[in-house]
Design a protein around this ligand. Structure first.
Ligand code: NAD
Length: 295
Protein backbone atom coordinates (compact mmCIF):
# COMPACT_ATOMS: atom_id res chain seq x y z
CA UNK A 1 0.00 0.00 0.00
CA UNK A 2 1.09 3.57 -0.66
CA UNK A 3 1.19 6.31 1.92
CA UNK A 4 0.58 9.78 0.50
CA UNK A 5 -1.30 11.73 3.11
CA UNK A 6 -0.39 11.72 6.79
CA UNK A 7 -2.51 12.91 9.71
CA UNK A 8 -0.69 13.96 12.87
CA UNK A 9 -2.65 14.12 16.13
CA UNK A 10 -1.32 16.76 18.51
CA UNK A 11 1.02 19.53 17.38
CA UNK A 12 3.10 19.86 20.55
CA UNK A 13 6.78 19.16 20.99
CA UNK A 14 6.68 15.82 19.14
CA UNK A 15 3.67 16.25 16.85
CA UNK A 16 5.03 19.45 15.30
CA UNK A 17 8.38 17.76 14.65
CA UNK A 18 6.71 14.69 13.16
CA UNK A 19 4.52 16.87 10.92
CA UNK A 20 7.62 18.77 9.80
CA UNK A 21 9.69 15.70 8.87
CA UNK A 22 6.75 14.11 7.02
CA UNK A 23 6.20 17.29 4.96
CA UNK A 24 9.96 17.59 4.35
CA UNK A 25 9.93 14.05 2.91
CA UNK A 26 7.18 15.08 0.47
CA UNK A 27 4.04 13.83 2.22
CA UNK A 28 0.91 15.95 2.55
CA UNK A 29 0.29 16.48 6.24
CA UNK A 30 -2.71 17.60 8.29
CA UNK A 31 -2.06 18.24 11.98
CA UNK A 32 -4.98 18.10 14.42
CA UNK A 33 -4.99 20.07 17.67
CA UNK A 34 -7.44 20.63 20.50
CA UNK A 35 -7.24 24.42 20.39
CA UNK A 36 -6.14 27.04 17.87
CA UNK A 37 -3.51 28.48 20.23
CA UNK A 38 -1.72 25.08 20.37
CA UNK A 39 -1.86 24.79 16.60
CA UNK A 40 -0.36 28.28 16.29
CA UNK A 41 2.39 27.39 18.76
CA UNK A 42 3.20 24.17 16.90
CA UNK A 43 3.36 25.86 13.51
CA UNK A 44 5.49 28.70 14.93
CA UNK A 45 7.95 26.02 16.05
CA UNK A 46 7.92 24.43 12.58
CA UNK A 47 8.52 27.82 10.92
CA UNK A 48 11.43 28.52 13.25
CA UNK A 49 12.99 25.12 12.62
CA UNK A 50 12.59 25.32 8.82
CA UNK A 51 14.07 28.84 8.82
CA UNK A 52 17.09 27.53 10.73
CA UNK A 53 17.59 24.68 8.24
CA UNK A 54 17.23 27.14 5.34
CA UNK A 55 20.07 29.26 6.76
CA UNK A 56 22.48 26.44 5.87
CA UNK A 57 21.06 24.85 2.71
CA UNK A 58 24.42 23.24 1.82
CA UNK A 59 24.23 21.21 5.03
CA UNK A 60 20.46 20.69 5.38
CA UNK A 61 19.46 20.45 1.72
CA UNK A 62 16.67 22.93 2.51
CA UNK A 63 16.80 26.20 0.58
CA UNK A 64 14.38 29.03 1.48
CA UNK A 65 12.28 28.01 -1.60
CA UNK A 66 12.22 24.38 -0.45
CA UNK A 67 11.21 25.49 3.06
CA UNK A 68 8.25 27.32 1.52
CA UNK A 69 7.33 24.21 -0.49
CA UNK A 70 7.48 22.08 2.67
CA UNK A 71 5.30 24.58 4.52
CA UNK A 72 2.80 24.39 1.64
CA UNK A 73 2.32 20.68 2.30
CA UNK A 74 1.36 21.33 5.94
CA UNK A 75 -2.16 22.09 7.11
CA UNK A 76 -3.55 22.53 10.61
CA UNK A 77 -7.07 21.73 11.76
CA UNK A 78 -9.30 21.46 14.82
CA UNK A 79 -11.73 19.09 13.05
CA UNK A 80 -11.21 15.31 13.06
CA UNK A 81 -13.22 15.06 9.81
CA UNK A 82 -10.32 16.74 7.96
CA UNK A 83 -8.29 13.58 8.51
CA UNK A 84 -10.82 11.29 6.78
CA UNK A 85 -8.69 10.65 3.67
CA UNK A 86 -5.33 10.13 5.42
CA UNK A 87 -3.39 6.92 4.66
CA UNK A 88 -1.47 7.02 7.93
CA UNK A 89 -2.40 8.59 11.26
CA UNK A 90 0.43 9.29 13.71
CA UNK A 91 -0.84 10.15 17.17
CA UNK A 92 1.29 12.37 19.43
CA UNK A 93 -1.18 13.80 21.96
CA UNK A 94 -0.44 13.90 25.68
CA UNK A 95 0.79 10.69 27.34
CA UNK A 96 -2.55 9.71 28.84
CA UNK A 97 -4.11 6.38 28.02
CA UNK A 98 -7.75 7.45 28.34
CA UNK A 99 -7.27 10.56 26.18
CA UNK A 100 -5.47 8.53 23.54
CA UNK A 101 -8.12 5.77 23.48
CA UNK A 102 -10.91 8.35 23.21
CA UNK A 103 -9.11 9.96 20.29
CA UNK A 104 -8.58 6.63 18.46
CA UNK A 105 -12.16 5.51 19.02
CA UNK A 106 -13.48 8.76 17.56
CA UNK A 107 -11.16 8.66 14.55
CA UNK A 108 -11.81 4.99 13.82
CA UNK A 109 -15.25 5.86 12.51
CA UNK A 110 -14.02 8.85 10.50
CA UNK A 111 -10.74 7.81 8.85
CA UNK A 112 -10.93 5.41 5.87
CA UNK A 113 -10.92 1.72 6.76
CA UNK A 114 -7.56 0.78 5.17
CA UNK A 115 -5.62 3.63 6.80
CA UNK A 116 -2.91 2.67 9.27
CA UNK A 117 -2.98 4.02 12.84
CA UNK A 118 0.32 4.62 14.65
CA UNK A 119 1.12 5.96 18.10
CA UNK A 120 4.20 7.89 19.17
CA UNK A 121 3.60 6.92 22.81
CA UNK A 122 6.71 6.49 24.93
CA UNK A 123 5.31 3.99 27.38
CA UNK A 124 1.66 3.09 26.87
CA UNK A 125 0.91 -0.36 25.48
CA UNK A 126 0.22 -0.25 21.74
CA UNK A 127 -1.98 -3.31 22.27
CA UNK A 128 -4.15 -1.41 24.73
CA UNK A 129 -4.49 1.59 22.39
CA UNK A 130 -5.33 -0.73 19.50
CA UNK A 131 -8.36 -2.09 21.39
CA UNK A 132 -10.04 1.31 21.06
CA UNK A 133 -10.37 0.65 17.31
CA UNK A 134 -11.80 -1.94 14.94
CA UNK A 135 -8.48 -2.18 13.04
CA UNK A 136 -6.05 -4.10 15.30
CA UNK A 137 -4.12 -5.52 12.33
CA UNK A 138 -3.53 -1.99 11.00
CA UNK A 139 -2.14 -0.56 14.25
CA UNK A 140 1.54 -0.02 15.14
CA UNK A 141 3.81 2.05 17.35
CA UNK A 142 6.00 4.64 15.63
CA UNK A 143 8.24 6.11 18.28
CA UNK A 144 10.24 9.20 17.31
CA UNK A 145 12.86 11.00 19.40
CA UNK A 146 13.16 14.62 20.45
CA UNK A 147 13.99 16.88 18.60
CA UNK A 148 12.33 14.97 15.76
CA UNK A 149 13.91 16.88 12.85
CA UNK A 150 17.40 16.06 14.17
CA UNK A 151 17.15 12.65 15.82
CA UNK A 152 17.74 9.75 13.43
CA UNK A 153 16.12 6.88 15.29
CA UNK A 154 12.53 5.67 15.00
CA UNK A 155 11.32 2.57 16.84
CA UNK A 156 8.69 0.70 14.84
CA UNK A 157 6.57 -1.39 17.19
CA UNK A 158 4.43 -4.41 16.36
CA UNK A 159 1.76 -6.02 18.49
CA UNK A 160 0.70 -9.65 18.25
CA UNK A 161 -2.14 -8.45 15.99
CA UNK A 162 -0.17 -6.23 13.57
CA UNK A 163 -0.32 -7.55 9.99
CA UNK A 164 3.25 -8.15 8.69
CA UNK A 165 2.64 -6.09 5.51
CA UNK A 166 1.37 -3.16 7.61
CA UNK A 167 4.48 -3.35 9.79
CA UNK A 168 6.77 -3.39 6.73
CA UNK A 169 4.88 -0.47 5.10
CA UNK A 170 5.42 1.66 8.20
CA UNK A 171 9.05 0.52 8.53
CA UNK A 172 9.66 1.60 4.93
CA UNK A 173 7.80 4.87 5.54
CA UNK A 174 10.15 5.69 8.45
CA UNK A 175 13.11 5.15 6.10
CA UNK A 176 11.55 7.57 3.59
CA UNK A 177 11.59 10.24 6.32
CA UNK A 178 15.38 9.94 6.35
CA UNK A 179 15.23 8.14 9.69
CA UNK A 180 16.85 4.89 10.74
CA UNK A 181 14.07 2.53 11.87
CA UNK A 182 14.55 -0.37 14.27
CA UNK A 183 12.10 -3.20 14.82
CA UNK A 184 10.73 -3.83 18.28
CA UNK A 185 7.68 -5.39 19.89
CA UNK A 186 5.06 -4.05 22.25
CA UNK A 187 6.94 -4.35 25.55
CA UNK A 188 6.69 -1.30 27.82
CA UNK A 189 9.41 1.25 27.04
CA UNK A 190 10.36 -0.55 23.82
CA UNK A 191 14.18 -0.55 23.45
CA UNK A 192 15.33 2.96 24.30
CA UNK A 193 13.11 3.91 27.25
CA UNK A 194 13.45 0.46 28.81
CA UNK A 195 17.15 1.26 29.21
CA UNK A 196 17.09 5.07 29.41
CA UNK A 197 14.35 5.72 32.00
CA UNK A 198 16.01 3.81 34.90
CA UNK A 199 19.23 5.74 34.12
CA UNK A 200 17.45 9.13 34.27
CA UNK A 201 15.63 8.22 37.50
CA UNK A 202 18.91 7.02 39.02
CA UNK A 203 20.46 10.41 38.23
CA UNK A 204 17.65 12.11 40.22
CA UNK A 205 18.13 9.65 43.11
CA UNK A 206 21.91 10.30 43.04
CA UNK A 207 21.20 14.03 43.32
CA UNK A 208 18.71 13.44 46.17
CA UNK A 209 21.36 11.42 47.99
CA UNK A 210 23.94 14.19 47.61
CA UNK A 211 26.24 12.34 45.20
CA UNK A 212 26.77 15.56 43.27
CA UNK A 213 25.14 18.78 42.14
CA UNK A 214 22.87 18.88 39.09
CA UNK A 215 25.56 20.65 37.08
CA UNK A 216 28.29 18.22 38.20
CA UNK A 217 26.23 15.10 37.50
CA UNK A 218 25.42 16.46 34.03
CA UNK A 219 29.04 17.37 33.37
CA UNK A 220 30.28 13.99 34.62
CA UNK A 221 27.98 11.97 32.37
CA UNK A 222 28.75 14.19 29.37
CA UNK A 223 32.50 14.06 29.67
CA UNK A 224 32.84 10.67 31.35
CA UNK A 225 30.55 8.75 29.04
CA UNK A 226 30.69 10.86 25.89
CA UNK A 227 26.94 11.56 26.03
CA UNK A 228 25.83 14.70 24.13
CA UNK A 229 24.04 16.00 27.24
CA UNK A 230 23.75 15.11 30.91
CA UNK A 231 20.67 13.41 32.44
CA UNK A 232 19.14 16.58 33.95
CA UNK A 233 19.40 18.54 30.70
CA UNK A 234 17.86 15.58 28.90
CA UNK A 235 15.06 15.33 31.48
CA UNK A 236 14.25 19.02 31.01
CA UNK A 237 14.20 18.52 27.22
CA UNK A 238 11.94 15.46 27.38
CA UNK A 239 9.52 17.16 29.80
CA UNK A 240 9.21 16.21 33.48
CA UNK A 241 5.43 15.73 33.18
CA UNK A 242 5.94 13.24 30.37
CA UNK A 243 8.73 11.47 32.28
CA UNK A 244 6.60 11.31 35.45
CA UNK A 245 3.73 9.76 33.55
CA UNK A 246 6.11 7.24 31.94
CA UNK A 247 7.38 6.16 35.37
CA UNK A 248 3.80 5.27 36.37
CA UNK A 249 3.23 3.14 33.30
CA UNK A 250 6.60 1.38 33.59
CA UNK A 251 6.32 0.79 37.34
CA UNK A 252 2.80 -0.56 36.91
CA UNK A 253 4.08 -2.98 34.24
CA UNK A 254 7.27 -4.26 35.89
CA UNK A 255 6.72 -3.51 39.62
CA UNK A 256 10.45 -2.84 39.94
CA UNK A 257 11.81 0.00 42.12
CA UNK A 258 14.13 1.18 39.34
CA UNK A 259 11.08 2.38 37.39
CA UNK A 260 9.47 4.24 40.34
CA UNK A 261 9.40 8.05 40.40
CA UNK A 262 11.84 9.68 42.84
CA UNK A 263 10.08 12.14 45.21
CA UNK A 264 11.82 15.17 43.69
CA UNK A 265 10.45 14.43 40.22
CA UNK A 266 6.92 14.29 41.64
CA UNK A 267 7.40 17.61 43.43
CA UNK A 268 8.70 19.38 40.34
CA UNK A 269 5.69 18.15 38.40
CA UNK A 270 3.27 19.18 41.19
CA UNK A 271 4.83 22.67 41.08
CA UNK A 272 4.27 22.86 37.31
CA UNK A 273 8.01 22.87 36.58
CA UNK A 274 7.90 20.63 33.49
CA UNK A 275 11.33 21.53 32.10
CA UNK A 276 12.30 23.58 29.06
CA UNK A 277 8.72 23.84 27.76
CA UNK A 278 7.54 25.72 30.87
CA UNK A 279 10.81 27.61 31.32
CA UNK A 280 11.80 25.80 34.51
CA UNK A 281 12.60 22.25 35.60
CA UNK A 282 15.92 21.05 36.96
CA UNK A 283 17.27 24.16 35.26
CA UNK A 284 15.89 27.66 35.11
CA UNK A 285 15.98 28.08 31.33
CA UNK A 286 16.24 31.84 31.66
CA UNK A 287 19.56 31.18 33.36
CA UNK A 288 20.57 27.59 32.57
CA UNK A 289 24.10 28.09 33.87
CA UNK A 290 22.62 28.30 37.35
CA UNK A 291 20.66 25.06 37.83
CA UNK A 292 17.88 24.81 40.40
CA UNK A 293 19.48 27.08 42.97
CA UNK A 294 16.35 26.90 45.09
CA UNK A 295 16.12 23.13 45.75
N1 NAD B 1 8.75 14.63 24.78
C1 NAD B 1 9.51 13.65 24.29
O1 NAD B 1 10.75 13.70 24.32
C2 NAD B 1 8.84 12.46 23.65
C3 NAD B 1 9.63 11.56 22.91
C4 NAD B 1 9.01 10.48 22.27
C5 NAD B 1 7.64 10.31 22.40
N2 NAD B 1 6.90 11.18 23.14
C6 NAD B 1 5.45 10.97 23.20
O2 NAD B 1 4.82 11.85 22.30
C7 NAD B 1 3.52 12.21 22.79
C8 NAD B 1 3.39 13.71 22.87
O3 NAD B 1 4.38 14.22 23.72
P1 NAD B 1 4.88 15.74 23.62
O4 NAD B 1 6.15 15.79 24.37
O5 NAD B 1 4.80 16.21 22.22
O6 NAD B 1 3.72 16.46 24.48
P2 NAD B 1 3.20 17.97 24.36
O7 NAD B 1 2.49 18.23 25.63
O8 NAD B 1 4.28 18.89 23.91
O9 NAD B 1 2.14 17.89 23.15
C9 NAD B 1 0.91 17.23 23.23
C10 NAD B 1 -0.08 18.01 22.37
O10 NAD B 1 -1.26 17.24 22.23
C11 NAD B 1 -2.35 18.14 22.20
N3 NAD B 1 -3.57 17.44 22.54
C12 NAD B 1 -3.91 16.94 23.75
N4 NAD B 1 -5.13 16.36 23.67
C13 NAD B 1 -5.54 16.52 22.39
C14 NAD B 1 -6.71 16.15 21.70
N5 NAD B 1 -7.71 15.49 22.30
N6 NAD B 1 -6.80 16.47 20.38
C15 NAD B 1 -5.80 17.11 19.75
N7 NAD B 1 -4.65 17.49 20.37
C16 NAD B 1 -4.55 17.19 21.68
C17 NAD B 1 -1.99 19.22 23.23
O11 NAD B 1 -2.71 20.40 23.00
C18 NAD B 1 -0.48 19.36 23.00
O12 NAD B 1 -0.19 20.40 22.09
C19 NAD B 1 3.37 11.48 24.13
O13 NAD B 1 2.70 10.28 23.92
C20 NAD B 1 4.82 11.23 24.55
O14 NAD B 1 4.96 10.12 25.39
C21 NAD B 1 7.47 12.27 23.75
Amino acid sequence: MTIKKVGVLGCGLMGSGIAQVCATAGFDVTALEAEQKFLDKGFAGIDKSLAKFAEKPEKSGITPEKAKEIRGRLKGTLKKEDLADCDLIIEAIIENVEDKKKMYAALDGIVKKDAIFASNTSSISITELMTATQRPERFVGLHFFNPVPLMKLVEVVRTIATAPEVFETVFEFAGKLGKVPVRTSDKTGFIVNRLLVPYLLDAIRAYEEGVGSIADIDQAMKLGCGYPMGPFTLLDFVGLDTTYYITHVMFEEFKEARFASPPLLKRLVMAGWYGKKTGKGFYDWKDPANPAASF
